[in-house]
Ligand binder design. Structure first.
Ligand code: SF4
Length: 359
């Protein structure tokens, strides 16, 4: 059996589901899977169908496209249309509706938008064509941030003058802290995101789990990864504990990736950040340090926008674990993957998108 099929083995999945049911018993147990990739797996492999009905899985705020504020989309469009910048972005973001347009629709109005897999593609274009401004849309959590930082470091080293990053980078622990402090959603435990944790390390959750006395477990992205994480979490919860566990040791460690952390610390600084639907959260984001100001699109361009959230979209409540996608009145009617109203319907990591495709 290959490593990948081992993590998708139905017999092992059923065995883990039975072990989870034994730990949970008949008590209600609510778990938030923080990462949008984990949400996608839960829907795609219909994991709820083999889990006890009193175990409630709620999607968390870990879909980067979903939590990107609408004002950011409007700023990116303004860069391309008003400042004639070449805008480079990860593909999902192009379809997120802004106040008037999406990036995809802005392209139809003459904006130059490129969907890429890495900021280095944008940097390369800037070096090859020094006569045009190139802006990379740096959207993500801690997983993608080191790559953005490396691109900025290289741009400075190479003396590139026409490259900058419009940053909307978020930090997972302060977002979880805000969710817990609000007390709005009843969450008995968290499956924390494997990829983010591979950078920041599981120790980043130590303070949270101790302060709020809530168990946490780092989880991967395959069905067996998630069920294994859920089993560890259920066992900890059943014994009344609130440990910070790691069920994804093949991808994440306690200390995280020191080299990546050093790049982040050099280029970025923690800042308060607005997340779509969640509002302004203290220290939940990053800004570019003054030493790299020349590569900060927000400082380089005048980007004032008049942004308005789409009417009727309850993406924010879904990201807070208060609602499930079908509870949105627009779900599957006015809002679908080919005509999204809100960001949660766009990305493969969005809960509405996963629910629409697989439910
Ligand atoms: Fe927003 Fe569409 Fe999801 Fe409703 S279904 S919450 S409109 S993204």
């Amino acid at each position: 059996m290959s490593a990948r099929s081992e993590y998708r083995d139905p017999a092992l999945a059923r065995k883990l589901a039975a072990a989870i049911a034994a730990e949970v018993g008949d008590r209600p147990f609510s778990v938030m899977e923080v990462c949008g990739g984990q949400t996608h797996t839960i829907y795609k492999y219909r994991l709820r169908e083999i889990l006890p009905p009193n175990l409630r899985l709620v999607s968390g705020p870990g879909c980067p496209v979903c939590v990107t504020p609408i004002g950011y989309i409007d700023q990116a469009i303004a860069l391309a249309l008003d400042h004639a910048a070449r805008v480079f972005t990860f593909g999902d973001l192009t379809r997120v509706p802004g106040t008037r347009l999406s990036l995809e629709k802005a392209a139809a109005e003459g904006a130059e938008i490129h969907a890429v897999y890495s900021p280095f593609q944008a940097l390369e274009t800037a070096r090859e064509h020094p006569d045009r401004e190139v802006v990379f849309l740096g959207v993500g959590f801690e997983t993608t941030l080191p790559g953005f930082g490396l691109a900025i470091q290289r741009a400075r080293k190479a003396g590139v003058k026409n490259f900058s990053v419009l940053l909307s980078a978020k930090r997972v622990p302060p977002v979880l802290e805000a969710l817990l402090a609000s007390g709005e959603a009843e969450i008995d435990g968290f499956i924390t995101p494997g990829h983010v944790t591979s950078i920041i390390g599981a120790r980043a959750y130590d303070e949270l789990r101790a302060r709020f006395r809530v168990p946490m477990v780092v989880g991967g992205f395959e069905p067996v990864d998630l069920l294994g994480a859920l089993h560890a979490l259920a066992a900890e919860w059943a014994r009344g504990g609130h440990a910070n566990l790691n069920a994804y040791a093949r991808g994440a460690s306690y200390g995280g990736n020191r080299k990546a952390q050093a790049v982040i610390a050099d280029v970025f600084e923690e800042r308060d950040a607005e997340l779509r639907g969640l509002g302004l959260i203290p220290k939940a984001g990053y800004g570019i340090r003054a030493a790299y100001a020349a590569f900060d699109a927000e400082r380089k361009f005048d980007l004032v926008t008049d942004s308005r959230a789409p009417k009727g979209c309850v993406c924010g409540d879904i990201l807070k674990g208060l609602k499930q996608p079908p509870e949105c009145p627009l779900f599957g009617t006015r809002c679908a993957p080919d005509s999204p109203v809100g960001a949660c319907m766009v990305s493969a990591e969005g809960a509405c998108n996963a629910a629409y495709l697989f439910q």
